[in-house]
Design a protein around this ligand. Structure first.
Ligand code: KG4
Ligand code: ZN
Length: 335
């Protein structure tokens, strides 16, 4: 008998539902993005996000089931993101998942959003051998996570201030590029010189695997303010490339330190910033020099989606790790 999981994701500004069979056969992954709505505010407005999720969650679930050609009766379980994220946004997905699990009398599975991002790697490559290391870089997180075995996570390093994606978004906003900033800077950086502007790299104390990007963000803002004051023209492509290089070098350097410390042979990446071209290229280069293999989710599975939640849910299903119907949203849920 096959195991068919419905995944639901509503932690931020994407309403998504996916149907995954046996952990690898992705039958549908519907993503309704609210980016166009939040764009005019320069970032996600939580109250607006919750209301939009409420409008979208039902049609998105129906579409995911129809596209997958399954009926609710075919489902083995419903897996849903219950944190971390925006509380009002999470609650919509959690309520929908609970209602379905109750009505269909099937297990409910609560998934940590970061566990979901990491699981995007297992969709294409379910047989990766543990131990593994994962650099999780999203709008809210910059974490180095060690996975000794499936379902076990040890946090080796985290951001002390801004997350990598947050730094991309704030710098892009200051440069007048728009929202979300990561993809826009990534694109612009391809035409720029990463050596043009010297920005600081925060490595913190000797041996630390934590990150800090607020100093770099301030350095870019100071650079922009100074240019505006002196009425100097700036080369936006050079600025984007130099900023991106500063972020990427620290991320890759610390990842390679974690590789040395743990002795892992396979490095994964996860989260929206894992779609960054500069980051993917430098990690590949440094890892292959160290004799390590790099596993990267396809670009469309790096940013928020329900396929990754269904995948994490599949492995929890195999372990019998189910949630009670009293499951609640946990905005600051830790991995
Ligand atoms: O994982 P995600 O979709 O949502 C969170 O869980 O936060 O990540 C969104 C973040 C945003 O900050 C966005 O600017 C960034 O990922 N991002 C990128 C790229 N694509 C998305 N950052 C750098 N380069 C990209 N190509
Ligand atoms: Zn995310």
């Amino acid at each position: 008998m096959s195991i068919t999981i419905l995944g639901i994701e509503t932690s931020c500004d994407e309403t998504s539902a996916a149907v995954l069979v046996d952990g690898v056969d992705l039958r549908s992954n519907i993503i309704s993005s609210q980016i166009e709505i939040h764009k005019k505010f320069g970032g996600v407005v939580p109250e607006v996000a919750s209301r939009k999720h409420l409008e979208n969650v039902h049609p998105v679930i129906i579409e995911a089931l129809e596209k997958a050609d399954v009926t609710p009766g075919d489902l083995s379980a419903v897996a849903v993101t219950y944190g971390p994220g925006l509380v009002g946004a999470l609650l919509v997905g959690v309520a929908a998942a609970k209602a379905m699990a109750y009505a269909l009398d099937i297990p409910l599975i609560g998934v940590n959003h970061l566990e979901g991002h990491i699981a995007a790697n297992f969709l294409a490559q379910p047989d990766l051998e543990f131990p593994l290391l994962c650099l999780v870089v999203s709008g809210g997180h910059s974490d180095l996570v060690y996975l000794p075995s499936r379902g076990e996570y040890r946090l080796l390093g985290r951001t002390r201030d801004d997350a990598a994606g947050e730094a991309f978004d704030k710098v892009a906003r200051a440069m007048g590029l728009g929202y979300p900033g990561g993809p826009l800077i990534d694109k612009l950086a391809r035409e720029g010189n990463p050596e043009a502007v010297q920005f600081p790299r925060a490595f913190l104390e000797e041996g630390s695997l934590d990150f800090s990007f607020s100093g770099l963000k301030s350095a870019v803002l100071n650079y922009l303010n100074r240019a505006a004051m002196l009425k100097e023209d700036i080369n936006k492509a050079d600025l984007a490339a130099s900023f991106q290089r500063a972020v990427v070098e620290v991320l890759v350097e610390k990842t390679m330190m974690a590789v040395q410390r743990t002795g892992v042979k396979t490095i994964m990446m996860a989260g929206g910033v894992a779609a960054n071209g500069g980051l993917r290229a430098l990690l590949q280069e440094r890892a292959s020099a160290a004799g390590c293999r790099v596993v990267l989710p396809p670009l469309h599975l790096c940013t928020d989606n329900a396929a990754m939640i269904a995948c994490a849910g599949y492995y929890k299903y195999l372990r019998g790790d189910f949630a009670p119907l009293t499951l609640n949203a946990v905005p600051a849920l830790a991995l």
